[in-house]
Design a protein around this ligand. Structure first.
Ligand SMILES: Nc1ncnc2c1ncn2[C@@H]1O[C@H](COP(=O)(O)OP(=O)(O)O)[C@@H](O)[C@H]1O
Ligand SMILES: [Mg+2]
Length: 251
């Protein structure tokens, strides 16, 4: 038996309660999230699904500290987020969270190494160390031979691997991906999902948005959002992680 103190409780990484988000444009008020609860524990891999316009990206922006909610409570890694200053929120975002987007968001004028190293500039890491760490990440996603190339010279799947390497360079505890396979063919999409599974197995908590039922089978948990509300949370139902999906005829 391990000897843990009996009063130890591990707090969730993400604990969002009754989250309401309203977009105000002119006279129009649009309630994009109508009271969402989301708890994600360390080590989880969760897919968020739901129709277009249902509030998935809005939720991810709030979880990722890219946007503020109007009502509710958010505790990230044991810290109440709303009481943090903007600067503290930015620090928490840089330290805890990596983002991957459907459109890759790479700098076209920079080579792959510099793209991956970019977050380290903001973190104040010296240039030699930046280079070393960026190359190690590129190696991990299988793109070290392409370090000197620019995003325009590689495929969509490769671009997304670079974006993932960039998202992981600060060793975030939480990796957020908004339709990361949305611009990829199905083979590249599967390869990207295998990379997420691998990162998740190594300890990174992953939340990804997808439209694709097949992509969602890679995750243990699927959260369904419709019209600003969580309508189902299939925790445990899709426990395909660690199994060879292709051998089961899933694809
Ligand atoms: N910046 C914004 N300003 C105004 N309305 C927005 C903004 N972003 C999203 N919305 C609206 O909020 C709703 C939820 O959008 P979003 O979270 O992007 O949905 P999803 O990612 O599920 O497609 C939609 O009706 C969308 O039009
Ligand atoms: Mg979206």
């Amino acid at each position: 038996m391990m000897n843990y103190p009996s009063n130890t409780t591990v707090s969730p990484l993400v604990q969002l309660t009754d989250c309401v988000k309203v977009y105000r444009t002119g006279q129009v008020h649009l309630k994009a999230l109508k009271g969402v609860d989301l708890t994600v524990h360390r080590g989880e891999m969760t897919a968020i699904m739901g129709p277009s316009g249902s509030g998935k990206s809005t939720l991810m922006h709030i979880v990722g500290l890219l946007d503020e909610m109007d009502e509710g409570q958010y505790i990230l890694n044991g810290r109440e987020v709303q009481s943090l200053t903007d600067n503290e929120q930015a620090q928490a975002r840089n330290a805890e969270i990596g983002f991957v987007f459907q459109s890759f968001n790479l700098l076209q004028s920079a080579n792959l190494r510099d793209n991956v190293a970019l977050p380290l500039i903001y973190a104040g890491v010296p240039v030699a160390e930046r280079r070393k760490r960026a190359e190690a990440m590129l190696e991990r996603v299988g793109l070290l031979p392409w370090a000197e190339h620019r995003p325009g010279e590689i495929s969509g799947g490769q671009k997304q691997r670079v974006a993932i390497a960039r998202a992981m360079i600060n060793r975030p505890s939480l990796l957020l991906a908004d339709e990361p396979t949305g611009n990829l063919d199905s083979k590249s999409g599967r390869e990207i999902m295998e990379l997420f599974v691998e990162l998740n197995k190594m300890g990174t908590t992953v939340i990804l948005i997808t439209h694709d039922q097949e992509i969602a089978t890679y995750t243990r948990r699927i959260l369904m959002i419709v019209d600003g509300l969580v309508v189902s949370d299939s925790d445990g139902v899709n426990a395909n992680v660690g199994t060879d999906l292709s051998a089961e005829g899933t694809f």
